[in-house]
Design a protein around this ligand. Sequence first.
Ligand code: NAD
Ligand code: MG
Length: 392
Amino acid sequence: MKKLTLLGSTGSIGVNVLALVSRFPEQFRIVALAAGSNVALLKTQIETYQPAVVAVIDEKAAINLKSLLAPMPRTEILYGPEGYETLAAHADSDLVVSAIVGAAGLKPTVAAIAAGKDIALANKETLVMGGALVMKLARDRGVRIMPVDSEHSAIFQCLAGNDSDHVRKIILTASGGPFLRLKQSGLKKVTAVEAMKHPNWSMGKKITIDSASLMNKGLEVIEARWLFDIEIDRIEVLIHPQSIVHSLVEFNDGAIMAQLGVPDMKIPIAYALSYPKRLREAGAALNAADLARLDFSQPDLKRFPNLALAYHAGRAGGTMPAVLNAVNEVAVQEFLAGRIGFMDIPAIIESALASHNSFAPTTIHEIIAADNWGRVKAAELVEKYKKGGNII
Ligand code: NAD
Ligand code: MG
C-alpha cells in the first residue's frame, strides 16, 4: 500500500490520479489533497478519499470549504503557500504527486523533496524553473523523481535497464497542436477558443495553449535536460501528429527505442505511481494492427518561435528558463482573456528574455525573484502590445 499526497487534485492530472486510486484501492491510499479554489470538487474528493489533511489557495477558500463539509470533518484544512508546503511534507505519505499547474508548483514540490518524499512529477515548471537546484536536492535527499509527462515517461521506460552513458540523443515527439498546418498570417488571428481545441489530448487550459504554441514542447526539452541529465543540444523535437510514439531514445550503437501508446495519461500516471512495477490494465492498449501510418517531421521554428526561445533559454541556463516560464504564464493568461494575439506570446517572451541578465541561482528564493521579475516585465510588455505600440 502506497500512501499518496496529491498536489493539484482538482485538475486534469489530479482527477486522473484519483480515478486510478479508485481502481486500485489495495495499492494506493490518499493521505493529503491540495487544490486551488475549486472547493466544490474538493469537497466530493474529501468525502470519497477521506484524506487526513487538505490545502486550498487562501483563507476565503478554506472557510468556504469548511462550510460545505459536514460538521466536525475529520480532515484538517490548511491554506495559502505555507499550507501547501506543510501538506507537501506530510509525514504520513510515501509519494507526492506534483500536479499543480505553473510556477505555483515549485515550492510545494521542493518542500516534498526536502522532506525526503519520492515524487511523481507532472508539474514540469518545477524543473524548468529550478532544474539544477531541484535535482541536486533530490540527489542529496535520496529522492526518486518519476516523470508523469507522457514524453518523459516514454524516455524513462526506454532507458530502463540501459546505461545512460550509451545514450546518443533523446527525441521528444510533439503533436504540433491544432495549428500545425496554419500559415503565419493565420496564426496571428487565432482565438483562444480555437487554441483550446487540441486534436489528440484533453488537458488543463494552460498546457493546451502551450501545446498550440509549442511552448509545451520547449518546456519539456528543459524538463528532459534535468530529468535525464543530458545536454540541451542532445535533445531533439519531432512533430508526430498521431501522438502514438510518445518519445524515442537513440543509443550510441545506432539502436532507437520508442514507447508507443494511445494518447491518454492513464498509463504514464500509473507507471509513475507504481514504478518499478506495472499495474495490470492501467490503460487501453494500442492495437498495432490499427496503425495505418506514423508521420514524423521537423518543427517549423519560424511559425512556432516559442520552441526556439525555449532552446535559447535552456542553453543560457541560470535564471533564464524561470523568466521564460513566468513571462509565458502571464502571456498565456492575457491571450486566454482575449487581450493579446497568439503571436504576441512569443514576441513578448523574446523581448523579456533579451532584457534579462541571467545568473546562476543558488537558492529557490532567487528563482522566485527571477520569476517575479519576469512577471513584472511581462505585464509591462503586455500593456505595450495591447496599445499597439512598438517594442524596442
Ligand atoms: P489543470 O489546470 O487542469 O489543474 C491544475 C491544478 O492545480 C488544479 O487542481 C488547480 O486547482 C491547481 N492550481 C492552479 N493554480 C494553483 C495555485 N496558484 N496554487 C495551488 N494550486 C493551484 O492542469 P493540468 O492539465 O492537470 O496540469 C497540471 C500539471 O501537469 C501542469 O504542470 C502540466 O504541464 C502538467 N501536465 C499535464 C498533462 C495533462 O494531460 N493535463 C500532461 C503532462 C503534464
Ligand atoms: Mg507532455
